[in-house]
Design a protein around this ligand. Sequence first.
Ligand code: ZN
Length: 284
Amino acid sequence: MAITRSARRRNWGEMPHDLLVKIFALLNFLERMTIAAGVCSSWRAAAADDPSLTKKMIDVALFRENAAPELTHTRAQQQIDLAFARAINLTGSQLLSLVFDPLSDIRDKHLKHAAHRCPKLEQLVLPFPNAIKKASLNKSFQSWPNLRSLSIPFNGFLETTSLYKLAGSCFRDLVVLKVSTYIFPKHHFKAIAKFIPNLEILHLQCHVVETNFIVQQLSAMPELKHVYISCLEFQHSTAKRDIRDLGSSINGARNRNKLPSLQLFHHCNWNETECEVPQCNLWI
Ligand SMILES: [Zn+2]
């Protein structure tokens, strides 16, 4: 059959939106952002019609998992950078949840780009803070006045409490704090109570948690409703403390109305198997 002039001039950009969405559903998220979204405005709009983006959420781990294994690290990172920038630009002011991935190479430029484009952010999972310059963290945090939930993965010992201070001063509505680290020192409870006194949910995933004065510090957060501590070991002063002692201390404080809002104090052994309490497994 002869190809007509009109057929030769058919504009791929005029394909029906719903059809493009169905075709792009065959691609992974990274491919949708790097290939489909780069063609033209109508393809970009169809690529943005993605379950993840319509949920107003970007999880950078998806990009890393979608990268072809045969790519060099540099080439894979270039694709992730491009996909990240496009996903941020496509959701922009609608984005509510941004999940950085500690295993991806996240740098200042990623944080700054998100801070510039996504002023309504409510939920943030940081990359390792020591991979980001303090000035960038400072400026980015100031761009998110609506933030309510912050997750911080530390890849070493917690030396300073400055991040809690910064979060407390920038995120006035912060009610959920999740921290993952090796050792959670006792003075960090004090810092959280001081800088984020209106916290409602505190979630720790650590190897070791130091529990000196924990009841006293938790009592300084009158709005605290849920505490999840998933760890391998509790330490009290220089001795290991039996978790039953801590549980009875918490119960005693509740009976004396020292923890007026506390509904749940959950602790479990941090290991490879998932905890039976679903919220305890949630890092987001
Ligand atoms: Zn648990």
